[in-house]
Design a protein around this ligand. Structure first.
Ligand SMILES: Cc1cc2nc3c(=O)[nH]c(=O)nc-3n(C[C@H](O)[C@H](O)[C@H](O)COP(=O)(O)OP(=O)(O)OC[C@H]3O[C@@H](n4cnc5c(N)ncnc54)[C@H](O)[C@@H]3O)c2cc1C
Ligand code: FES
Length: 289
């Protein structure tokens, strides 16, 4: 299995750092009415071979004439040659993206941001706690850990969604429940269909069903604000130190490369020093959470 823990400098044309590389949409998977996974492959074969990212990094995705937006890479660096982006329709750029079809071409620049500190996590247990669309950046780390399983101690996945129908990558998640090298804990807030045989309850309730070793575990958390609030509460109560809690935090971004200042929080640019922060960083930066 491939290991890409090496530093991954952004691949940019030297002359113009804002110039995207063109990539073809090779697959579109509908996850929810407003959420799709776009699988991309660069047109330039040398880019296909040379593009490297770390779990937790993002790209600036663009549609000529429409705009650009930061989107996390959902695929793992252990599965190279394609990029999977899980996108929720929000505004101008993402609405245009949803009108495209397979074989259409989009622009990609990056990868940007720090990504998860996978070298620090190695040798420890890894706990991933995702709520809703928070699975998008965490999925890259999840598959990185499962494809390099020998590098990690226990791997625990906690994933909560509003209903079974809202669960992103549902078949993939359900298939993990049958594996013995990951403790896959899925929960839904409610089950209007009545067909869900798994747990019902909010994401933090999963902490009641697991024994954790906080001193030997890194926790990676991503989701809407309410997830941070209650999951952080549970992690701190379980005895996690603030520097072992890793969070993917989103800020409005324009350039993605530390030039425009749009994403600054305190003295940090989230496009450069983020989007992954420890809880320790986050509480020491005003307005970060
Ligand atoms: C590091 C990072 C990773 C991300 N990863 C993902 C991902 O994996 N998947 C995903 O779906 N999204 C992701 N996002 C969020 C995504 O970048 C935004 O939703 C983006 O704004 C979509 O672009 P758009 O042009 O479609 O929408 P926009 O036109 O930017 O509008 C998005 C929403 O923001 C509102 N809005 C627009 N401008 C402003 C403003 N100035 N102030 C306040 N509100 C405003 C709009 O009304 C709308 O509700 C990520 C963001 C960051 C920073
Ligand atoms: S997005 Fe421009 S400085 Fe971060």
């Amino acid at each position: 299995m491939l290991l890409h823990t090496d530093t991954a400098p952004p691949l940019q044309p030297a002359a113009n750092p804002y110039q995207p590389y063109m990539a073809r949409i090779v697959r579109i998977q509908k996850m929810l009415d407003d959420t799709r996974v776009f699988t991309l492959r660069f047109l330039d074969e040398s880019m296909v071979r040379s593009f490297r990212h770390r779990p937790g990094q993002f790209v600036m995705l663009s549609i000529p004439g429409t705009g650009e937006a930061p989107i996390s890479i959902s695929s793992s660096p252990t599965r190279p040659e394609i990029l999977e982006l899980c996108v929720r329709r929000a505004g101008r750029m993402t609405s245009s993206l949803f009108r495209l079809s397979t074989n259409d071409v989009v622009g990609v620049r990056g990868p940007y941001g720090n990504g998860f500190p996978v070298d620090d996590i190695r040798g420890n247990h890894l706990l991933l706690a995702a709520g809703g669309l928070g699975m998008a950046p965490l999925r890259s780390l999840l598959w990185y850990a499962l494809d390099n399983r020998h590098l990690f101690d226990g791997v625990i996945l906690m994933y909560g969604s509003r209903s079974p129908a809202d669960m992103l990558f549902r078949d993939e998640m359900l298939s993990l429940a049958g594996r013995d090298d990951v403790n896959c804990m899925l929960t839904v807030d409610a089950d209007p269909s009545g067909a869900w045989t798994g747990r019902i309850g909010h994401l933090p309730s999963l902490f009641d069903h697991v024994t954790l070793e906080p001193a030997r575990t890194y926790a990676a958390v991503c989701g809407p604000p309410v997830v941070y609030r209650y999951v952080l509460e549970r992690l701190l109560a379980a005895g996690f130190s603030k520097d072992r809690i890793l969070m993917s935090l989103e800020r409005r971004m324009k350039c993605g490369i530390g030039k425009c200042g749009h994403c600054s929080v305190g003295y940090k640019y989230t496009c450069l020093q983020g989007p992954i922060f420890t809880y320790w960083d986050a509480i020491n930066l005003p307005e970060m959470i």
